[in-house]
Ligand binder design. Sequence first.
Ligand code: NAD
Length: 480
Amino acid sequence: MNFELKKNYIDGEWIGSSQTINNVSPSDLDDVVGVYALATTSQAEVAIDAAYRAFPHWSTVSPEVRADALDRVGSEIFARRDELGTLLAREEGKPKAEAIGEVIRAARLFKFFAGEALRVSGEAFPSIRAGSEVVISRVAEGVVGIITPWNFPIAIPAWKIAPALAYGNTVVFKPSEFVPGCAWELASIISRAGFPPGVFNLVVGTGAEVGSTIVTSEKVRAVSFTGSTKTGRQIAAQCVIRGAKVQTEMGGKNPLVILDDANLDEAVEVAINGAFYSTGQRCTASSRLIVTKGIHDRFVELLSDRVQQLRVGHALEAETQIGPVVNEMQYEQDLEYVRIGISEGASLICGGKPVVQPKRGYYLAPALFANSKNSMRINREEIFGPIAGVIQVTDYEEALHVANDTDFGLSSGICTTSLKYSSDFRLRSKVGMVMVNLPTAGVDYNAPFGGSKGSSYGAREQGIYAREFYTSIRTAYIKG
Ligand code: NAD
């Protein structure tokens, strides 16, 4: 089959390349979603130059112009939610209903930041020098480099691009080369929404070439990255050395605590959703299930029954609950961690094996380990797959200690009917986001997102908190 090459969007033009990448569906390895141009290092530099030239105008244009353009992007994404959700499901593998939900979230993010463009405010107060005034305002940073992972191909780009543009920055966007489809559609929508050339640029490419060109360019004043902890730390170091602003959202090993007094059925559903939905490929997935001894055996029994009922299948089939793993590398890594868990002495209760489907894809039965220890590699390293380990503890204090005993600090959850324990957990859990009787994954687009330790570095994303990253503060002293 002949595919029309999907090009990169640089300085208001669609630019091809001799290097290309095939976007293949993980649900069906014979299904090529499209062929995408891979930008070269010099094309990335042209994109950065274009964004640099576009900044003075875009940062001073009426906020209404920015708001209207962002609103148009949100409207088109929303209107095309089924089509874009189908594309997302095809290229990334999450079930279509979840994929449509992600597309709607992206639309709402653009609408939210369209409003925020009109609400940029400052402060004024009398100077200690009589007759003078202090005026504090927020100003755009300049060219922002945006680098994203494969697991949320439209929501993560949206929650970075929308605020960057809303506050007057210009953007060079490098999506994960594994999921260029949604990124390309988003660029195409942005190209029609009324942004001047150069304000937004798409450069699909590899991290080593295009990613590092963005990170090391002196013209890029801020870098917003989401991805693995290893890459994030490297990027943060590169930015800090050259004095650029940086925000890195990285891995997780999120604990879900289940106390004896929890509503058992509810806790099982919270664990199913948090650990296995989106094939466990969420930075906020509950990969460590920490259960107190009174409820432990019943919880493991019920959870294992539910895990085995989960329907693994093609992302576009209506009955699918767990789609395929995203690509071969991740699939092999998941299988390797199942072997590691067994060799460490944890009991594999169910799953962890390839599932044969009519189409060739990366299908894996969700895996549940019991009798696992917090010191095991399966509980210390981010697996990023449909694999969870149950850790039995004596009481709440031990549960809290185990929950905090990790290199990561993104989200945590507790299932309990006790106000005392839920309040204490909220205060003492060392993470950025705490969930009470809710899955560790699944957050609101108008609330701050981010964590601590190995999970996040820099300012929070989303909600009005996003302005901390995408603007800086200017203090003016004015004598009339
Ligand atoms: P990754 O780190 O391999 O890649 C992320 C992005 O960085 C990609 O676009 C990649 O091409 C680029 N990149 C790689 N090397 C680079 C370099 N040297 N310079 C510049 N860019 C470079 O991550 P991934 O495998 O795409 O995504 C999975 C990871 O993302 C998981 O660890 C997951 O926890 C994390 N994640 C975190 C969050 C969060 O908000 N905390 C959300 C989603 C995913």
